[in-house]
Design a binder for this molecule. Structure first.
Ligand code: SF4
Length: 455
Protein backbone atom coordinates (compact mmCIF):
# COMPACT_ATOMS: atom_id res chain seq x y z
CA UNK A 1 0.00 0.00 0.00
CA UNK A 2 1.50 3.33 -1.06
CA UNK A 3 1.54 6.23 1.32
CA UNK A 4 -0.17 8.88 -0.83
CA UNK A 5 -2.71 11.10 0.83
CA UNK A 6 -4.32 14.43 0.03
CA UNK A 7 -5.50 14.71 3.66
CA UNK A 8 -1.90 15.45 4.55
CA UNK A 9 -2.02 18.73 2.60
CA UNK A 10 -5.33 19.74 4.17
CA UNK A 11 -4.00 19.17 7.69
CA UNK A 12 -0.78 20.98 6.84
CA UNK A 13 -2.87 24.04 5.90
CA UNK A 14 -4.87 23.75 9.12
CA UNK A 15 -1.66 23.61 11.16
CA UNK A 16 -0.34 26.82 9.62
CA UNK A 17 -2.97 28.59 11.74
CA UNK A 18 -3.39 26.21 14.65
CA UNK A 19 0.13 24.87 15.32
CA UNK A 20 -1.07 21.66 16.91
CA UNK A 21 1.43 19.63 18.92
CA UNK A 22 1.73 15.86 19.04
CA UNK A 23 2.94 13.37 21.62
CA UNK A 24 3.66 9.68 20.97
CA UNK A 25 3.67 7.12 23.75
CA UNK A 26 5.39 3.93 22.61
CA UNK A 27 5.08 0.58 24.36
CA UNK A 28 6.83 -2.65 23.45
CA UNK A 29 9.46 -3.83 21.04
CA UNK A 30 11.85 -2.32 18.50
CA UNK A 31 9.28 -2.88 15.73
CA UNK A 32 6.92 -0.60 17.63
CA UNK A 33 9.66 1.96 18.22
CA UNK A 34 10.32 1.93 14.48
CA UNK A 35 6.58 2.36 13.76
CA UNK A 36 6.46 5.32 16.15
CA UNK A 37 9.27 7.04 14.22
CA UNK A 38 7.11 6.62 11.12
CA UNK A 39 4.03 8.06 12.86
CA UNK A 40 6.20 11.01 13.98
CA UNK A 41 7.35 11.43 10.36
CA UNK A 42 3.73 11.39 9.12
CA UNK A 43 2.60 13.89 11.76
CA UNK A 44 5.47 16.28 11.04
CA UNK A 45 4.83 16.01 7.30
CA UNK A 46 1.34 17.35 8.15
CA UNK A 47 2.72 20.31 10.10
CA UNK A 48 2.31 18.98 13.65
CA UNK A 49 5.19 19.81 15.99
CA UNK A 50 6.51 17.70 18.89
CA UNK A 51 4.96 18.59 22.24
CA UNK A 52 5.14 17.38 25.83
CA UNK A 53 3.13 14.81 27.73
CA UNK A 54 0.81 17.42 29.26
CA UNK A 55 0.51 20.19 26.63
CA UNK A 56 -0.02 18.34 23.34
CA UNK A 57 -3.11 18.16 21.12
CA UNK A 58 -2.71 14.86 19.28
CA UNK A 59 -1.87 11.88 21.50
CA UNK A 60 -0.88 8.69 19.77
CA UNK A 61 -0.57 5.52 21.83
CA UNK A 62 1.42 2.87 19.98
CA UNK A 63 0.49 -0.21 21.98
CA UNK A 64 1.94 -3.62 22.73
CA UNK A 65 0.18 -6.76 23.90
CA UNK A 66 3.17 -8.87 24.85
CA UNK A 67 3.42 -7.61 28.44
CA UNK A 68 0.42 -7.72 30.72
CA UNK A 69 0.91 -4.35 32.44
CA UNK A 70 0.79 -2.48 29.09
CA UNK A 71 -3.05 -2.61 29.21
CA UNK A 72 -3.17 -0.98 32.64
CA UNK A 73 -0.65 1.63 31.53
CA UNK A 74 -2.74 2.52 28.46
CA UNK A 75 -6.06 2.79 30.30
CA UNK A 76 -4.46 4.80 33.12
CA UNK A 77 -3.09 7.33 30.64
CA UNK A 78 -6.39 7.56 28.77
CA UNK A 79 -8.15 8.33 32.04
CA UNK A 80 -5.86 11.33 32.55
CA UNK A 81 -6.58 12.70 29.07
CA UNK A 82 -10.33 12.36 29.59
CA UNK A 83 -10.25 15.39 31.92
CA UNK A 84 -8.85 17.59 29.16
CA UNK A 85 -11.50 16.32 26.74
CA UNK A 86 -14.23 17.14 29.31
CA UNK A 87 -12.86 20.70 29.56
CA UNK A 88 -13.24 20.95 25.76
CA UNK A 89 -9.53 21.39 25.18
CA UNK A 90 -8.38 20.64 21.64
CA UNK A 91 -7.24 17.07 22.30
CA UNK A 92 -7.41 14.12 19.89
CA UNK A 93 -6.53 10.58 20.86
CA UNK A 94 -5.39 7.79 18.56
CA UNK A 95 -4.63 4.25 19.69
CA UNK A 96 -2.63 2.14 17.25
CA UNK A 97 -0.56 -1.05 17.28
CA UNK A 98 -0.87 -4.62 18.45
CA UNK A 99 -3.25 -4.20 21.39
CA UNK A 100 -6.02 -2.83 19.17
CA UNK A 101 -6.15 -6.13 17.26
CA UNK A 102 -7.49 -7.87 20.36
CA UNK A 103 -11.28 -8.01 20.59
CA UNK A 104 -11.50 -7.57 24.37
CA UNK A 105 -9.44 -4.36 24.17
CA UNK A 106 -11.51 -2.98 21.33
CA UNK A 107 -14.74 -3.76 23.19
CA UNK A 108 -13.42 -2.06 26.32
CA UNK A 109 -12.46 1.10 24.40
CA UNK A 110 -15.84 1.26 22.65
CA UNK A 111 -17.73 0.74 25.90
CA UNK A 112 -15.76 2.72 28.47
CA UNK A 113 -13.43 5.06 26.55
CA UNK A 114 -15.76 6.57 23.99
CA UNK A 115 -13.79 9.85 24.01
CA UNK A 116 -11.00 8.12 22.01
CA UNK A 117 -11.05 9.39 18.39
CA UNK A 118 -9.16 6.84 16.32
CA UNK A 119 -8.30 3.19 16.79
CA UNK A 120 -6.10 1.61 14.13
CA UNK A 121 -4.77 -1.93 13.85
CA UNK A 122 -1.23 -2.74 12.77
CA UNK A 123 -0.20 -1.76 9.21
CA UNK A 124 -2.70 1.11 8.99
CA UNK A 125 -0.35 4.08 8.66
CA UNK A 126 -1.42 5.08 5.18
CA UNK A 127 -4.97 5.85 6.32
CA UNK A 128 -3.95 7.65 9.51
CA UNK A 129 -3.98 11.15 7.89
CA UNK A 130 -7.55 10.64 6.67
CA UNK A 131 -8.79 9.45 10.06
CA UNK A 132 -7.04 12.31 11.83
CA UNK A 133 -8.54 14.74 9.34
CA UNK A 134 -12.01 13.34 10.10
CA UNK A 135 -11.46 13.81 13.82
CA UNK A 136 -9.96 17.32 13.61
CA UNK A 137 -11.70 18.99 10.67
CA UNK A 138 -14.97 17.09 10.43
CA UNK A 139 -15.33 16.79 14.18
CA UNK A 140 -16.34 13.18 13.79
CA UNK A 141 -17.48 12.04 17.22
CA UNK A 142 -17.56 8.28 16.85
CA UNK A 143 -14.53 6.07 17.22
CA UNK A 144 -13.12 5.10 13.86
CA UNK A 145 -11.78 1.56 14.01
CA UNK A 146 -9.86 0.22 11.08
CA UNK A 147 -8.07 -3.09 10.86
CA UNK A 148 -6.16 -3.60 7.64
CA UNK A 149 -3.48 -6.03 8.70
CA UNK A 150 -1.52 -8.08 6.20
CA UNK A 151 -0.69 -5.06 4.01
CA UNK A 152 2.74 -3.67 3.27
CA UNK A 153 3.26 0.06 3.58
CA UNK A 154 5.96 1.86 1.62
CA UNK A 155 7.18 5.47 1.29
CA UNK A 156 6.12 6.36 4.82
CA UNK A 157 8.00 9.46 6.03
CA UNK A 158 10.14 8.60 9.06
CA UNK A 159 11.61 10.84 11.72
CA UNK A 160 14.81 9.31 13.07
CA UNK A 161 15.80 10.34 16.60
CA UNK A 162 19.41 9.40 16.18
CA UNK A 163 21.76 11.02 13.64
CA UNK A 164 24.05 8.05 13.02
CA UNK A 165 22.08 4.85 13.65
CA UNK A 166 18.73 3.90 12.19
CA UNK A 167 16.44 0.90 12.12
CA UNK A 168 14.87 -0.36 8.91
CA UNK A 169 11.99 -2.87 8.86
CA UNK A 170 12.53 -5.56 6.24
CA UNK A 171 9.73 -8.01 7.01
CA UNK A 172 6.42 -7.66 8.87
CA UNK A 173 4.30 -10.30 10.59
CA UNK A 174 5.13 -13.84 11.63
CA UNK A 175 4.11 -17.35 10.48
CA UNK A 176 5.55 -19.28 13.40
CA UNK A 177 2.80 -19.36 16.02
CA UNK A 178 4.98 -20.07 19.05
CA UNK A 179 2.33 -21.14 21.53
CA UNK A 180 3.03 -18.37 24.08
CA UNK A 181 3.11 -15.52 21.58
CA UNK A 182 0.33 -13.22 20.43
CA UNK A 183 2.33 -11.56 17.62
CA UNK A 184 1.13 -13.74 14.68
CA UNK A 185 -2.48 -12.96 15.67
CA UNK A 186 -1.97 -9.20 15.85
CA UNK A 187 0.65 -8.54 13.19
CA UNK A 188 -0.58 -10.97 10.53
CA UNK A 189 1.38 -13.23 8.18
CA UNK A 190 4.94 -12.59 6.96
CA UNK A 191 5.26 -9.87 4.32
CA UNK A 192 8.76 -9.07 3.04
CA UNK A 193 9.50 -5.60 1.72
CA UNK A 194 10.95 -5.57 -1.79
CA UNK A 195 14.77 -5.49 -1.73
CA UNK A 196 14.78 -2.42 -4.04
CA UNK A 197 12.76 -0.41 -1.47
CA UNK A 198 14.96 -1.51 1.43
CA UNK A 199 18.18 -0.74 -0.45
CA UNK A 200 16.80 2.66 -1.54
CA UNK A 201 16.02 3.54 2.10
CA UNK A 202 19.47 2.45 3.27
CA UNK A 203 21.26 4.33 0.47
CA UNK A 204 19.33 7.43 1.47
CA UNK A 205 20.29 6.92 5.13
CA UNK A 206 23.95 6.50 4.13
CA UNK A 207 23.85 9.70 2.07
CA UNK A 208 22.47 11.50 5.13
CA UNK A 209 25.44 10.39 7.25
CA UNK A 210 24.01 7.29 8.93
CA UNK A 211 26.70 4.71 9.74
CA UNK A 212 24.88 1.92 11.50
CA UNK A 213 21.64 0.22 10.59
CA UNK A 214 19.51 -2.34 12.38
CA UNK A 215 17.38 -4.54 10.11
CA UNK A 216 14.14 -5.41 11.85
CA UNK A 217 11.60 -8.19 11.59
CA UNK A 218 9.87 -10.72 13.86
CA UNK A 219 11.82 -13.35 11.97
CA UNK A 220 14.41 -11.73 9.70
CA UNK A 221 15.74 -14.95 8.29
CA UNK A 222 12.35 -15.82 6.75
CA UNK A 223 12.93 -12.74 4.62
CA UNK A 224 12.00 -13.42 0.99
CA UNK A 225 10.11 -16.69 1.62
CA UNK A 226 6.99 -14.97 0.28
CA UNK A 227 8.64 -13.87 -3.01
CA UNK A 228 8.05 -15.81 -6.22
CA UNK A 229 11.71 -15.56 -7.19
CA UNK A 230 14.53 -16.76 -4.95
CA UNK A 231 15.77 -13.87 -2.81
CA UNK A 232 16.97 -14.60 0.71
CA UNK A 233 18.11 -12.71 3.79
CA UNK A 234 21.81 -13.54 3.16
CA UNK A 235 21.42 -12.15 -0.38
CA UNK A 236 19.96 -8.94 1.04
CA UNK A 237 22.83 -8.64 3.54
CA UNK A 238 25.38 -8.96 0.73
CA UNK A 239 23.70 -6.11 -1.17
CA UNK A 240 23.59 -3.87 1.91
CA UNK A 241 27.29 -4.59 2.50
CA UNK A 242 28.04 -2.84 -0.81
CA UNK A 243 26.49 0.47 0.27
CA UNK A 244 29.22 3.04 0.90
CA UNK A 245 28.93 4.90 4.17
CA UNK A 246 27.18 2.11 6.09
CA UNK A 247 29.79 0.61 8.39
CA UNK A 248 27.84 -1.54 10.85
CA UNK A 249 24.87 -3.79 10.00
CA UNK A 250 22.84 -5.39 12.77
CA UNK A 251 19.69 -7.49 12.58
CA UNK A 252 16.99 -8.60 15.00
CA UNK A 253 15.61 -11.25 15.43
CA UNK A 254 16.50 -14.40 13.56
CA UNK A 255 14.77 -17.68 14.40
CA UNK A 256 17.16 -20.57 15.20
CA UNK A 257 15.15 -22.99 13.02
CA UNK A 258 15.83 -20.83 9.92
CA UNK A 259 19.50 -20.05 10.62
CA UNK A 260 21.21 -21.78 7.70
CA UNK A 261 24.89 -22.17 6.80
CA UNK A 262 24.71 -19.57 4.00
CA UNK A 263 23.80 -16.91 6.57
CA UNK A 264 26.67 -17.97 8.82
CA UNK A 265 29.06 -17.69 5.87
CA UNK A 266 27.82 -14.21 4.94
CA UNK A 267 28.34 -13.05 8.54
CA UNK A 268 31.78 -14.65 8.71
CA UNK A 269 32.95 -13.04 5.45
CA UNK A 270 31.39 -9.63 6.06
CA UNK A 271 33.35 -6.58 7.16
CA UNK A 272 30.17 -4.79 8.22
CA UNK A 273 27.76 -7.30 9.77
CA UNK A 274 28.10 -6.96 13.54
CA UNK A 275 29.80 -9.72 15.46
CA UNK A 276 26.73 -10.02 17.63
CA UNK A 277 23.98 -12.47 16.94
CA UNK A 278 20.71 -12.61 18.79
CA UNK A 279 19.61 -16.23 18.93
CA UNK A 280 16.39 -16.58 20.96
CA UNK A 281 16.57 -19.78 23.02
CA UNK A 282 13.32 -19.46 25.07
CA UNK A 283 13.94 -22.81 26.81
CA UNK A 284 16.80 -25.29 26.93
CA UNK A 285 14.52 -28.31 27.30
CA UNK A 286 13.36 -30.20 24.20
CA UNK A 287 9.93 -31.10 25.62
CA UNK A 288 9.20 -27.51 26.61
CA UNK A 289 10.48 -26.33 23.20
CA UNK A 290 7.99 -28.72 21.61
CA UNK A 291 5.19 -27.35 23.78
CA UNK A 292 6.31 -23.87 22.72
CA UNK A 293 6.22 -24.94 19.03
CA UNK A 294 9.77 -23.65 18.52
CA UNK A 295 10.69 -26.41 16.04
CA UNK A 296 14.21 -27.12 17.34
CA UNK A 297 15.62 -29.33 20.07
CA UNK A 298 18.13 -28.54 22.80
CA UNK A 299 20.80 -30.40 20.79
CA UNK A 300 20.01 -28.59 17.52
CA UNK A 301 20.18 -25.23 19.29
CA UNK A 302 23.51 -26.10 20.90
CA UNK A 303 24.94 -27.29 17.58
CA UNK A 304 23.96 -24.00 15.91
CA UNK A 305 25.24 -21.86 18.78
CA UNK A 306 28.61 -23.66 18.73
CA UNK A 307 28.90 -23.15 14.97
CA UNK A 308 28.21 -19.42 15.41
CA UNK A 309 30.75 -19.18 18.20
CA UNK A 310 33.43 -20.23 15.74
CA UNK A 311 33.08 -16.86 14.00
CA UNK A 312 36.00 -14.84 15.41
CA UNK A 313 35.03 -12.35 18.17
CA UNK A 314 31.33 -13.16 17.94
CA UNK A 315 29.03 -12.57 20.89
CA UNK A 316 25.65 -14.23 21.34
CA UNK A 317 22.57 -12.81 23.00
CA UNK A 318 19.29 -14.54 23.69
CA UNK A 319 15.75 -14.44 25.10
CA UNK A 320 14.71 -16.92 27.79
CA UNK A 321 11.29 -17.58 29.28
CA UNK A 322 11.26 -19.23 32.71
CA UNK A 323 8.21 -20.90 34.22
CA UNK A 324 6.44 -21.95 31.01
CA UNK A 325 3.28 -23.89 32.01
CA UNK A 326 4.19 -26.98 34.05
CA UNK A 327 7.96 -26.51 33.50
CA UNK A 328 9.65 -28.90 35.97
CA UNK A 329 12.85 -28.20 37.90
CA UNK A 330 14.66 -30.76 35.68
CA UNK A 331 13.44 -29.00 32.56
CA UNK A 332 14.61 -25.65 33.95
CA UNK A 333 18.02 -27.26 34.66
CA UNK A 334 18.29 -27.88 30.89
CA UNK A 335 17.96 -24.13 30.32
CA UNK A 336 20.75 -23.47 32.83
CA UNK A 337 22.82 -26.15 31.11
CA UNK A 338 22.50 -24.40 27.71
CA UNK A 339 23.37 -21.04 29.32
CA UNK A 340 26.52 -22.59 30.85
CA UNK A 341 27.56 -24.20 27.57
CA UNK A 342 26.86 -21.27 25.23
CA UNK A 343 27.93 -18.43 27.58
CA UNK A 344 25.67 -15.66 26.30
CA UNK A 345 26.90 -12.08 26.44
CA UNK A 346 23.38 -10.80 26.91
CA UNK A 347 20.20 -12.51 28.15
CA UNK A 348 16.76 -10.93 28.03
CA UNK A 349 14.97 -13.05 30.63
CA UNK A 350 11.27 -13.12 31.39
CA UNK A 351 8.85 -14.96 33.62
CA UNK A 352 6.21 -16.62 31.42
CA UNK A 353 3.25 -14.30 31.09
CA UNK A 354 -0.08 -15.68 29.89
CA UNK A 355 -1.49 -13.96 26.77
CA UNK A 356 -5.18 -14.56 26.16
CA UNK A 357 -5.88 -15.99 22.73
CA UNK A 358 -2.69 -18.07 22.57
CA UNK A 359 -2.45 -21.87 22.76
CA UNK A 360 -0.29 -21.76 25.92
CA UNK A 361 -2.93 -19.70 27.74
CA UNK A 362 -5.08 -22.86 27.89
CA UNK A 363 -2.28 -25.10 29.21
CA UNK A 364 -2.41 -26.35 32.77
CA UNK A 365 0.19 -24.62 34.95
CA UNK A 366 1.06 -25.97 38.40
CA UNK A 367 4.28 -23.94 38.77
CA UNK A 368 3.78 -21.34 41.50
CA UNK A 369 4.73 -17.69 40.96
CA UNK A 370 7.33 -18.01 43.76
CA UNK A 371 8.99 -20.93 41.92
CA UNK A 372 9.09 -18.89 38.71
CA UNK A 373 10.67 -15.92 40.49
CA UNK A 374 13.22 -18.26 42.09
CA UNK A 375 14.14 -19.69 38.66
CA UNK A 376 14.55 -16.20 37.24
CA UNK A 377 16.84 -15.27 40.14
CA UNK A 378 18.97 -18.38 39.62
CA UNK A 379 19.24 -17.71 35.90
CA UNK A 380 20.24 -14.10 36.60
CA UNK A 381 22.88 -15.26 39.11
CA UNK A 382 24.39 -17.71 36.63
CA UNK A 383 24.46 -15.04 33.91
CA UNK A 384 26.21 -12.58 36.23
CA UNK A 385 28.87 -15.22 36.97
CA UNK A 386 29.51 -15.82 33.25
CA UNK A 387 29.46 -12.20 32.04
CA UNK A 388 32.65 -10.87 33.75
CA UNK A 389 34.65 -13.80 32.37
CA UNK A 390 33.49 -12.98 28.82
CA UNK A 391 34.21 -9.28 29.33
CA UNK A 392 37.65 -10.07 30.69
CA UNK A 393 38.55 -11.83 27.42
CA UNK A 394 38.03 -8.50 25.63
CA UNK A 395 40.47 -6.56 27.83
CA UNK A 396 43.63 -5.60 25.93
CA UNK A 397 42.02 -6.16 22.52
CA UNK A 398 40.94 -3.56 19.92
CA UNK A 399 37.39 -3.22 18.58
CA UNK A 400 35.57 -1.06 16.02
CA UNK A 401 32.97 1.25 17.58
CA UNK A 402 30.58 4.06 16.55
CA UNK A 403 30.95 6.99 18.97
CA UNK A 404 27.34 7.71 19.94
CA UNK A 405 27.70 10.67 22.29
CA UNK A 406 28.41 11.75 25.83
CA UNK A 407 27.95 9.36 28.73
CA UNK A 408 24.70 10.05 30.61
CA UNK A 409 26.42 9.78 33.98
CA UNK A 410 29.75 11.54 33.35
CA UNK A 411 29.92 14.38 30.84
CA UNK A 412 33.69 14.03 30.49
CA UNK A 413 33.27 10.55 29.04
CA UNK A 414 31.77 9.35 25.75
CA UNK A 415 30.05 6.08 24.89
CA UNK A 416 29.52 3.69 22.03
CA UNK A 417 28.92 0.00 21.39
CA UNK A 418 31.38 -2.43 19.92
CA UNK A 419 30.34 -4.66 17.07
CA UNK A 420 29.64 -7.24 19.85
CA UNK A 421 27.08 -4.77 21.31
CA UNK A 422 29.17 -4.10 24.41
CA UNK A 423 28.83 -0.61 25.88
CA UNK A 424 32.23 1.09 26.22
CA UNK A 425 33.00 4.42 27.92
CA UNK A 426 36.14 6.38 27.00
CA UNK A 427 37.67 9.85 26.87
CA UNK A 428 37.01 11.77 23.66
CA UNK A 429 35.57 15.11 22.53
CA UNK A 430 32.56 16.20 20.48
CA UNK A 431 34.44 15.92 17.17
CA UNK A 432 34.38 12.13 17.55
CA UNK A 433 30.56 11.87 17.73
CA UNK A 434 29.24 9.93 14.73
CA UNK A 435 32.67 8.58 13.80
CA UNK A 436 33.67 4.93 13.73
CA UNK A 437 36.91 4.51 15.70
CA UNK A 438 39.11 1.70 17.00
CA UNK A 439 39.01 1.34 20.73
CA UNK A 440 41.29 -0.65 23.04
CA UNK A 441 39.52 -2.19 26.04
CA UNK A 442 41.26 -1.36 29.33
CA UNK A 443 38.95 -2.86 31.95
CA UNK A 444 35.57 -4.53 32.48
CA UNK A 445 32.82 -3.40 34.88
CA UNK A 446 30.07 -6.05 34.38
CA UNK A 447 27.54 -3.94 32.43
CA UNK A 448 30.10 -1.82 30.59
CA UNK A 449 33.76 -1.68 29.59
CA UNK A 450 36.29 1.14 29.81
CA UNK A 451 38.52 1.80 26.84
CA UNK A 452 40.88 4.18 25.03
CA UNK A 453 40.60 5.40 21.46
CA UNK A 454 43.48 4.07 19.37
CA UNK A 455 44.90 6.89 17.29
S1 SF4 B 1 8.81 -16.32 16.06
FE1 SF4 B 1 7.50 -17.01 17.75
S2 SF4 B 1 8.03 -15.58 19.42
FE2 SF4 B 1 8.75 -14.63 17.52
S3 SF4 B 1 7.07 -13.31 16.86
FE3 SF4 B 1 6.81 -15.27 15.80
S4 SF4 B 1 5.42 -16.43 17.11
FE4 SF4 B 1 6.22 -14.73 18.35
Amino acid sequence: MKFVNSYKDKLRKYNKEHNLKYYIDTMGCQMNENDSLKYAGILESMGFVPGGESDSNVYLFNTCCVRENAENTLFGRLGMLKQRKIKNEEVYIAIVGCMTQQKHILDKIKKSYRFVDIVLGTSCMSIFPEKLYNAIINGQDKIEYIDVSNTLEEDVPIKYQDKYKASVSIIYGCNNFCTYCIVPYVRGRERSRRPESILKDIRELASNGYKEIMLLGQNVNSYGNDFEEEYTFPMLLKEIEKIDGIEIIRFMSPHPKDFKDDLIEVIRNSKKVARQIHLPLQSGNTEILKKMNRKYTKEQYLELAMKLKQIPDVSLSTDIIVGFPNETEEQFQDTLDVVKKVEFDQIYMFIYSKRNGTVAAKMEDKVTYEEKVDRLERLKKLYEEILPKLNEKMVGKEYKLLVEGKSKTNDKLYTGRTSQNKVVVFEADDTYIGKVVNIKIDSQHLWYLKGTIVK
